[in-house]
Ligand binder design. Structure first.
Ligand code: HEM
Length: 404
């Protein structure tokens, strides 16, 4: 599993570092001559983005980070990515520092190029305030009883996908299957969208958004960045229409208050009894889709990849994880786990991923369906891994299926 975690680790480091409004930059005038970490800020405007993107596309996302860690002999270095001065933090000590200093020494922040795609000018709060609202809202929307309600929906979608895409086939592409599955689940669970034509149209726009989100921010017709902005407008417009219709349906009793995240968000008020604006809701749903789509489908794909490479682990998974799963037996977690602050797939501290339980659920259902039905082997033994912005196998991870 090492490779996946290296990629995940570097992505986390990247996300964490991008989202830090670090005091070196923000409070320079207040603190006078601050001690900047070592590093280079590269070319004007481009900074080191081209090198970052190139190493990612070549499948060596970790190289950009590890080269600099070695060169500067430091787990903190400065660079310039996607139009923004950036400090990259890596290593357990540095993770601990970040996770325990949110809103004290560091604050959530996004490059303006990313904010321009995700949010609209009509939102007057900062990305930090937006993230805080999502963090406060999600536990309510994704609380265990709601997740429990979604299990049968998710299971139904997984069954449909495996029946349609795998049952009569000897070979399949895992990555497109995982993406299609996670996107269908999100469309249904977030906004009750299930018409195949709507979902397909939506997927196309969403893919354009994701691939332009972390690209060189040149807003010119034909660039990935320009396509991402257009896609984001299309998706938001669709969300707004859905939200308006849902309000009517809820008022007329044609929609259920618990049917999906959208109903929950519409009916949820803050401590002052204020409800969320329609545009606010549209932005939040878009943010959740961005946070959850690539990450979950990439995780599903890599689990399938590693289970093909590690048959002894597959055999254990097939037997299902624990001899007496219902028994209260905390000793099963004994032994040497990862050292603190070294294994942080969902981040840590106040910014820890608010979608982690939902993510675990959809990944688990996906794995349950594939493991229960098949054994498999990889068709391309050394398939290249590309990172854009999450890691994925360059040819989509073709596998040969062997039904049980
Ligand atoms: C395997 C799947 C996933 C992984 C590995 C993952 C990982 C992460 C990580 C590392 C962060 C922290 C980033 C930072 O500190 O800047 C994060 C934040 C976030 N994740 Fe996830 N995530 C996953 C799935 C999801 C899903 C399914 C959703 C939505 C339902 C989601 C929504 C979010 C949101 C909204 C944030 C921002 C939180 C904030 O800034 O306060 N994630 N995720």
């Amino acid at each position: 599993m090492d490779l996946f975690y290296v990629y995940l680790f570097s992505l986390i480091v990247f996300l964490v570092s991008l989202s830090i409004h670090f005091l070196f930059y923000k409070n320079k005038s207040t603190y006078g001559a601050v001690c900047l970490p070592p590093g280079k800020t590269g070319w004007p405007f481009f900074g080191e983005s081209l090198e970052f993107i190139t190493t990612n596309r070549k499948g060596h996302a970790e190289k950009f980070i590890l080269d600099r860690v070695a060169k500067y002999a430091s787990h903190v270095f400065k660079t310039h990515l996607f139009g923004a001065q950036t400090a990259v933090f890596c290593g357990p000590k540095e993770n601990k520092f970040l996770f325990s200093n949110e809103n004290k020494l560091v604050q959530v922040w996004l490059p303006s190029s990313v904010t321009k795609v995700i949010f609209t000018s009509a939102v007057d709060s900062s990305p930090g305030e937006e993230a805080l609202k999502i963090r406060n809202m999600l536990p309510n929307v994704l609380k265990p009883e709601n997740l429990q309600r979604y299990v049968s929906i998710i299971d139904h979608i997984a069954q449909k996908h495996f029946a349609e895409k795998c049952e009569s086939k000897k070979e399949i592409l895992v990555y497109p299957l995982a993406r299609r599955y996670t996107f269908w689940v999100a469309c249904k669970v977030f906004i009750s969208m299930e018409d195949p034509n709507d979902v397909a149209k939506f997927t196309e726009h969403f893919d354009a958004l994701i691939s332009g989100l972390f690209s060189i921010p040149i807003n010119f017709p034909g660039t990935n960045y320009n396509k991402a902005i257009k896609a984001s407008k299309f998706i938001r417009k669709h969300f707004l229409e859905t939200i308006k219709q849902r309000k009517i349906d809820l008022a007329e009793g044609k929609a259920s208050p618990t049917q999906d995240m959208l109903s929950h968000m519409l009916l949820m008020s803050d401590e002052n009894g204020k409800f969320m604006h329609e545009l606010d809701i549209a932005n939040k749903i878009l943010g959740l889709l961005i946070g959850g789509y690539d990450s979950s489908s990439s995780a599903c794909t890599f689990i399938v990849k590693y289970l093909a490479e590690l048959p002894e682990i597959y055999a254990e998974v097939y037997k299902e994880f624990f001899p007496e799963p219902q028994k209260f037996d905390p000793s099963r977690f004994e032994g040497f786990g990862p050292a603190p602050y070294t294994f942080v797939p969902f981040g840590g501290g106040p910014r820890m991923c608010p979608g982690k339980e939902y993510a675990r659920l959809i990944i688990l259902v996906f794995m349950h369906h594939i493991v229960k039905r098949f054994k498999w082997e990889k068709i391309i033994p050394d398939e290249k891994i590309v990172v854009d912005p999450m890691p994925f196998p360059a040819k989509g991870l073709p596998i040969r299926l062997y039904p049980h």
